[in-house]
Design a protein around this ligand. Structure first.
Ligand SMILES: Cc1ncc(COP(=O)(O)O)c(C=O)c1O
Length: 378
């Protein structure tokens, strides 16, 4: 099923449109998959479109229950209907969270990181301090002493990315407890972006929602989740926020006001279908991605000037190209592959590229061949 090469041209796919001047280059950058969404999602959308009336839409209990059941099964977290707020995107939610801070308060996060973690505080005119992720035992992690020392007196919020983009770390229970402990000690809120939670590829790793660890941590945590990466429906703009603490939830909703215009009918329809019936598809896509990851790892092994740490989750390989001593993003572009340039991911991102390997295997093989030729050409 995932071997099918689907022509996305003419669909306004961002992946193609942004670099359309590079006609024969293969896009392997923005984080969506070149696979069809689960058939249950396609069918639900068809039925919705056939009905033909697209009026204002309420959030149904069935939708919330489908999500709650899925989270219980996948992540062993018991949530409650009252904890949910629906939004049109995780980035939108993160901006809303930053807007909850007073003007003189700041946030802290780690870099390199998905760029919107740095943009969201700036958009809301709040400061953000950053701490570099460290290579610890061949895996990207946090030096917690350094992290704690970087917390400024006016800091009020930790922006956490788990699983981590880029780098693919799935934080362990011990690591998450440490973050929780720091948050409690310094009286910080935690905004935990868990959009990649369902895409854990390493069978020894397990995603743990940080809010599920203790009531004390849950009390100060805003969890951001979405079906968009999991079921490849990013273009539908659907996400939800889980906040157990009633006061915190009210603050979030006040900060949101009516700026986030709600989630559209098609997004809600797809979301419900995906969480109710998409689990088998998800298992299959993860198997496919695991095999693709093996190809990427083999490619890196064969090219000793490249380096890839252990990737536990996401379909995004964060490749260290420092040893090439050239502008790697440009090099790969010239050789027909469009990646993400590590520079855009903040401090520590320079010298890296991010490869999205969620594509049919024949296409990935061609991408890796072109990358291999690029490396050999210098
Ligand atoms: C960590 C992370 N958060 C958020 C997003 C985007 O979420 P949304 O499209 O719901 O705004 C992405 C997309 O790549 C991501 O990797």
């Amino acid at each position: 099923m995932f071997d099918e090469t689907i022509d996305r041209s003419g669909t306004n796919a961002l992946k193609l449109e942004r670099y359309k001047e590079y006609k024969n280059a293969i896009p392997a950058w923005v984080a969506d998959m070149d696979f069809k969404s689960p058939q249950c999602v396609i069918n639900a959308l068809k039925n919705c479109v056939e009905h033909g009336v697209f009026g204002y839409t309420a959030i149904s209990d069935e939708l919330t229950h489908a999500i709650m059941n899925f989270i219980k099964k996948e992540h062993n977290w018991n949530t409650s209907k009252e904890w949910f707020t629906f939004t049109s995107g995780v980035v939108a939610s993160m901006n809303i969270v930053c807007g909850m801070l007073e003007a003189n308060e700041s946030a802290i996060t780690t870099t390199p990181i998905y760029p919107y973690f740095l943009n969201a505080p700036k958009n809301m005119k709040r400061q953000v301090s950053t701490v570099r992720m460290r290579e610890i035992n061949n895996r990207w992690s946090i030096d917690f002493d350094e992290f704690e020392k970087s917390i400024k007196p006016n800091c009020r919020l930790i922006l956490l990315c788990n699983p981590y983009n880029p780098g693919g770390t799935v934080f362990t229970k011990e690591e998450l407890l440490k973050i929780g402990e720091i948050a409690i000690k310094h009286d910080l809120l935690i905004c935990s972006d868990e959009i990649h939670a369902d895409l854990v590829l390493d069978k020894n790793a397990k995603h743990i929602p940080i809010a599920s660890l203790s009531s004390e941590i849950a009390d100060r945590t805003i969890t951001l989740m979405a079906p968009s990466k999991t079921f490849n429906i990013a273009g539908l703009q659907s996400s939800f926020v889980i906040i157990q603490n009633k006061k915190l939830k009210a603050n979030f909703e006040n900060s949101m006001g009516h700026i986030n215009g709600g989630v559209n009918l098609l997004a809600l329809t797809a979301t419900k279908a995906a969480y109710e019936n998409g689990a088998i598809w998800l298992r299959e896509v993860k198997e496919y991605l695991r095999e693709n990851l093996k190809l990427v790892q083999e490619f890196v092994r064969n090219n000793p000037k490249l380096k890839l740490l252990k990737l536990e989750a996401t379909y995004l390989a964060w490749i260290d190209c420092h040893m090439l001593n050239v502008d790697a993003w440009q090099l790969f572009l010239k050789n027909g592959v469009i990646l993400n340039d590590g520079k855009g991911f903040g401090d520590g991102g320079e010298g890296f590229v991010r490869l999205n390997f969620a594509m049919p295997r024949v296409v990935l093989k061609e991408v890796l061949t072109r990358m291999e030729n690029a490396v050999r050409s210098i």
